[in-house]
Design a protein. Structure first.
Length: 230
């Protein structure tokens, strides 16, 4: 994601999207990806999140996951490792093969840009993303009457695969691991809460069941639909 002034509406699909006047016609959703990086903490499962800058004009201070729009460079990134077959299969339900890879690259690029953590290798200042640790969770498409729309895919990785020191960015501040038990007390968009519910359900499954589970997408006004139903 291109860094910009925190006074501009950002393009992070991990929670809130930009407000404004309703468009005259439906805007085509932009392909995007977010990463749920998790670890075991003293109070149970923790996930990496950041707070939208308090100077943003829409939903300041709301917690989101690192994420953003797919860039052209995401299609050309040199990979440290490729996607697992199951993760690729799930991504390709809604994306052609080249986009499926670019979405995964996007999620890891955003992790580095917004949180300072690297999942892969930094070579001459460029990220060579390692896609092998990634799991697929779900996808969400924002409502047709929004001026900024995203078709966001949410991926999962365990924090032990990441290296580096956490830092904030011009878009996100207070980037840290939040215990699932403390998140309900934080400002949170409804879609982010729904994604967290999907994550909690995913964590409760065995590794074998995760690969066989029925997939859902979240569309429009928080409609949770089985894949293929909408």
């Amino acid at each position: 994601m291109t860094r910009h002034s925190p006074t501009r509406a950002d393009d992070n699909p991990g929670g809130a999207d930009a407000g404004g006047r309703k468009p005259r016609r439906a805007v085509r959703p932009k392909d995007a990806a977010s990463l749920i990086l998790w670890r075991d903490g003293p109070k149970g499962i923790e996930v990496l999140m950041g707070r939208r800058h308090r100077d943003m004009r829409f939903m300041p201070g709301v917690l989101v996951f690192p994420g953003g729009r797919v860039d052209l460079a995401d299609y050309r990134a040199r990979l440290a490792s490729d996607l697992p077959a199951t993760t690729r299969r799930m991504l390709e339900i809604s994306a052609r093969p080249s986009l499926a890879t670019a979405l995964a690259v996007c999620a890891l690029r955003e992790l580095e840009e917004e949180a300072g953590l690297v999942l892969g290798q930094m070579v001459a200042g460029r990220l060579h993303p390692a896609l092998a640790p990634l799991h697929y969770l779900t996808r969400a498409i924002t409502p047709a009457d929004r001026p900024m729309r995203f078709h966001a895919r949410f991926l999962i990785a365990e924090a032990r695969h990441a290296t580096g020191d956490i830092r904030g960015s011009g878009e996100l501040e207070e980037v840290r691991f939040f215990a699932l038990t403390e998140i309900p007390a934080q400002p949170l968009a409804k879609i982010t809460a729904m994604i967290l519910e999907e994550f909690v359900a995913w964590m409760a499954l065995s590794p074998q069941a995760r690969g066989r589970r029925k997939l859902f997408s979240i569309q429009g006004r928080d409609n949770r639909l089985p894949e293929g139903a909408g």
